[in-house]
Design a protein around this ligand. Structure first.
Ligand code: KG4
Ligand code: ZN
Length: 346
């Protein structure tokens, strides 16, 4: 069973072919960062137009790289939300049209379910149930995962997502867009403990997050040291340490509450070295395992969409040309695929 995955929810065009037996056969990601960098963030209309330019050539390249032809594909999966409506519509229209023309099923995939399941693409995949920490540019969530589609949100960000906080901090530090990797590099040169930023919402019960207050601390600290260029690295370090500590505190709390022995971490920020080091120390202390997607699948890609589509395949309506996209789409409303429901009931 071969599934073509199409991801166009934001500023990456991601295409992949997943085979049920052999895994990912080929994948391509085209990143639009150069287009958006001069504006300091993603410009939705430019994103949609560039997806239109890239999506078909990228599908062709991916199919060729896997040494296949379109007729070998058994189903198409596309990101239908959450994301930028114009950008989503590009991938969803292409996916539904292609599936209709080929007479094969098409699956509308939830972008965050794609991230959530991406660590399962690794050899020796983690078994459900587990706790998932989803940290992307648009979402920050702790999810109790009982099975495919059985997601209970334990906590989420009340304001900025973790990736958004990295991007805004990068802007203040003059590091450009996208900011996550640049903040990581600068923080690695900074001194720990020179500045101490608050660990938001950790001194009260609960698993929600808030990252917007860190902006004020970053801005104030930078303003107080504006004549000291070396302070920038120390500020980056203070910001990253606050974010990492916050995740360690909340994950520890959620692991104790759920008694899960595995934590799965995915989304763009899961690529962060300091976060991985912090969670590794936590895991050792608690005697639990932490699992990630491979680095290239931490940020947006088509592989996770092809895989999530594959997991839902048997419940799909074949060849449907009707479609819709969703800018907002709560992950805890998904429900299991029909086949998984009947398997659980047997
Ligand atoms: O998952 P993703 O590619 O897109 C969304 O679904 O939003 O995540 C992108 C986010 C951006 O905010 C980016 O700055 C952040 O992930 N990111 C990082 C790192 N790599 C990407 N943040 C911190 N450290 C990184 N190494
Ligand atoms: Zn994403």
């Amino acid at each position: 069973m071969i599934v073509l995955g199409i991801e166009t929810s934001c500023d990456e065009t991601g295409i992949a072919l997943y085979d049920g037996e052999r895994g990912i056969l080929a994948h391509r990601v085209y990143s639009q960062t150069e287009i958006h960098a001069r504006y300091g963030g993603v410009v939705p209309e430019l994103a949609s137009r560039d997806h239109i330019r890239k999506v078909l050539p990228l599908i062709r390249q991916t199919v060729e790289a896997a040494d296949l032809s379109l007729g070998d594909i058994d189903a198409v999966a596309c990101t239908a939300g959450p994301g930028l409506v114009g950008a989503l519509l590009v991938g969803v229209s292409v996916a539904h049209s292609l599936a209709f023309a080929l007479g094969i099923p098409v699956l509308d995939v939830h972008h965050m379910e794609g991230h959530l399941l991406s660590p399962l693409l690794e050899p020796d995949p983690p078994a459900m149930p587990f706790l998932a920490l989803l940290v992307s540019g648009g979402h920050t969530m702790l999810v109790d995962v009982a099975g495919i589609g059985a997601y209970r949100i334990l906590g989420e960000s009340l304001d900025d997502a973790a990736g958004e906080a990295f991007d805004k901090t990068a802007k203040m530090l003059g590091l450009g867009y996208p900011g996550g990797p640049a903040v990581e590099r600068l923080a690695a040169q900074g001194r720990a403990g020179r500045f101490r930023f608050p660990r938001p919402m950790t001194n009260r019960p609960g698993l929600d997050f808030s990252f917007s207050g860190l902006k004020t601390h970053t801005a104030n600290t930078l303003a107080a040291h504006e004549n000291e260029p070396e302070a920038r690295a120390d500020v980056a370090r203070a910001f990253v340490d606050a974010v990492v500590d916050t995740f360690v505190i909340k994950c520890t709390r959620a692991l104790r509450a759920t008694r899960h022995r595995t934590l799965v971490v995915s989304g763009g920020v899961s690529a962060n070295r300091q976060l991985r080091d912090g969670l590794a120390a936590m895991a050792e202390k608690l005697g639990i395992a932490v699992r990630y997607p491979k680095l290239e699948f931490c940020t947006d890609n088509g592989a996770m969409i092809a895989y999530a589509g594959y997991c839902r395949l048997r419940s799909a309506a074949a060849g449907s040309l009707g479609y819709a996209v969703r800018a907002r789409w709560p992950i805890d409303t998904l429900g299991p695929p029909a086949a998984a429901v009947s398997a659980a009931g047997d």
